[in-house]
Design a binder for this molecule. Structure first.
Ligand SMILES: [Zn+2]
Length: 434
């Protein structure tokens, strides 16, 4: 601008030089006789003088008047100035574009911003950053920290710190001294941008915080995932170690060392969603007290087949013809000390359980009788046999054939008289037979 001004000033003397020739020429004609031609020449000179004045006024006047520039006004307040109107209008247009883009709707500055020529001396000195100045000074628009959820603006606040403090306060409610991380699972973003005064966003931090709380039930309720490391004591079970011993029977065992549980410190990672436990994962187990193994010596030796099992089997197939206890009979005691199993002569009589034969022979009343003593001290009786197949001292296994059924001794027919005696006293065999 300044350069233009200097250039025009230098041009002034050359205009004066262009006029000097006609003046000199006119003077030479005035020295002659007045004539019509002279009058014409005088008129031409007057015209030339007039042209000179017009030229001086046109060329010099603007240079002598105060220099102009273009000021930008926002609601009547000048914010800066630029050299040309076009430049000023371009700034306004750019500001309009940026406002429209950030606000998301067509924003017009027509009623807010104006451009007017102004004397340089009166113009605001601000010449750069005017676009930003307009944007920041538009009365119904503010540069704010906007909180967005899933890309939609839900709140607008003066500063980003204000938004962050609000979110932190919510997260704090789900944070404990064991919390190792805490995350908002929703898509939340904070963006600094222009916000129109009529944009539908929440501007009250307490109101928005209430909606964001996970239990608010609102559409804005946050999902907060927190992770805690939890440590607790856990008992460590002891193991059982068996040692075989062939000197002991297969069902015998001896504890040589009692087992003692150990103690461990277990650290788990617990994931909470909105304060409610969601999952639990073991992170580490530190053994503080080692468990002591239970040590057991167990036998491997098989029992002899003739050993008692402790359970009595039926000595013969057949029909129960007489119960244990009191009865009316034609012959013999009315107090029956065993049971009678009727069958055919020569039928198998089997040892009711394993044991040792302590009697095999004729016995008063019983006829041919077998007595077997079992490992628990019980004695079983098998009477009225027709034939004995074992001898005293024989070890017999449970179910082994020991005699043949008959009707020897005092009896009314072929049958097996069977007794079980505990400490010498007969008991009801039906209560023990299986
Ligand atoms: Zn009998």
């Amino acid at each position: 601008m300044k350069l233009d001004y200097d250039r025009k000033r230098k041009a002034q003397p050359s205009a004066e030089r262009a006029y000097s020739a006609p003046v000199n020429c006119a003077q030479s004609f005035f020295s002659g006789v007045a004539s019509r031609a002279h009058k014409i020449r005088k008129e031409r000179i007057m015209l030339l003088l007039l042209a000179l004045v017009v030229t001086i006024v046109c060329v010099a006047a603007p240079l002598l008047s105060p220099k102009k520039t273009f000021a930008l006004y926002i609601n009547g307040e000048a914010v800066g100035s630029v050299a040309t109107r076009d430049e000023a209008l371009l700034i306004v247009e750019r500001a309009e574009q940026q406002l429209s883009q950030e606000l998301g709707y067509e924003y017009s500055l027509a009623e807010t911003v104006s451009v007017s020529p102004i004397n340089v001396s009166d113009a605001p000195t601000e010449t750069v950053g005017l676009e930003e100045a307009i944007i920041l000074n538009v009365p119904d628009v503010r540069d704010m920290a906007v909180i967005e959820m899933d890309g939609i603006a839900i709140g607008a606040f003066d500063t980003r710190e204000e938004v962050e403090a609000m979110l932190t306060a919510i997260l704090d409610e789900f944070t404990t001294e064991r919390t190792v991380s805490i995350t908002i699972k929703n898509s939340i973003a904070v963006r600094q941008r222009l916000v129109g005064d009529d944009e539908d966003v929440i501007r009250d931090a307490a109101a928005l915080a209430a909606l964001l709380k996970p239990d608010s039930g609102s559409n804005y309720a946050l999902t907060i995932e927190s992770v805690e490391n939890v440590t607790h004591w856990q008992a460590l079970p002891f193991e059982t170690i068996y040692t075989d011993d062939d000197a002991m029977f297969i069902d015998e065992e001896t504890v040589t060392t009692e087992g003692v549980a150990g103690d461990a410190l277990v650290t788990e990672q617990v994931v909470f969603v909105n304060g409610k436990e969601e999952s639990r994962t073991d992170l580490s187990t530190m053994t503080v007290v080692e468990p002591i193994a239970l040590q057991i010596v167990r036998g491997t030796k098989e029992h002899p087949k003739t050993a008692s099992t402790g359970e009595y089997g039926w000595p013969a197939d057949g029909v129960l013809t007489s119960d244990f206890g009191y009865r009316n009979v034609e012959i013999g005691s009315s107090n029956h000390q065993g049971i009678d199993i009727g069958g055919a002569s020569g039928q198998d009589i089997l040892a009711s359980d394993g044991g040792e034969v302590i009697l095999a022979g004729e016995s008063s009343g019983y006829g041919l009788l077998v007595q077997i003593k079992h490992d628990n001290g019980d004695v079983t009786y098998y009477g009225h046999n027709s034939k004995l197949l074992v001898a005293v001292g024989d070890k017999v296994a449970k179910g082994q054939l020991i005699a043949e059924m008959g009707r020897t001794g005092v009896t009314s027919g072929v049958h097996c008289h069977f007794e079980i005696r505990k400490n010498g006293i007969p008991v009801d065999p039906l209560k023990h037979l299986k």
